[in-house]
Design a protein. Sequence first.
Length: 289
Amino acid sequence: MSGAPDPEAVLAWAETVQSTSDKLLRRLAGEYHEDEWGFDEEFTETVFPLFEFLYTTWWRVQVEGATNVPGHGRALLVANHSGAIFPFDGAMIATAIQKEHPLPRWLRAMVLNWAFDLPFISYLLRRLGGVAANPANLGRLLEQDHPVMVFPEGQKGFGKPFAERYRLQRFGRGGFVEVALEAGAPIVPVAVVGAEEIYPKLGEAKPLAKLIGSPYVPITPTFPWLGPLGLLPLPSRWRIEFLEPIDLSGYGPGASEDRSLVFDISEQVRERIQDALYRGLVERGPAFL
């Protein structure tokens, strides 16, 4: 009969609903697993379709060089940072590895400590693989052979004004290089184009930031003027490029104490990402078309 639902589609939908309901009931009963860091793979898989929608439909992400990320063993992914409200750049990097890599892996991410003071955000971050950013945690994750994301620009990159978009901030003292040298982990530079346009930061709402305990709350063309609707990220076009890994295995013991070497490697990573950002902007073209 014309217009009748496809029986197979109805069955698939029913199975999805049943599976989701079963997972929800198990979680409400406390029957779920999280590792020592709080990562919950089942929870991550449950919310992954939302990230897929953002990746495929909302931001139309294009990816280059996904196979530069090792398919096994430890690796340190170093990326530029932006977003202004939520760290969607990290989420899209992780989604790219799941969708584009022949050996997909869940990434862990170093997250600034203040984010874990926000109750609901803290809950999500831990279960999705976020870990408080400090050298000890990063070193342990690498020793456990996890692939880990770091954003050396830190808060300065996350909250940069729209006028400074795609201009990398300083990488601090190069602590991520010290840890990578000690762990013998390759560094994979990552350049993300697109996240700078989702929340164009025009200013800061300092009273609101103080109220919720955040370093800042940005004023954008849509927030706070449109209320909660203003938190919806703009549908910019994204491009993520995973650059060739920097192999650190040839450096001997004590290399992490060589300040000149650490600085040189840090600057090398920063320059590669900056060059890739300029190239990516040209190859992406208009941000919203």
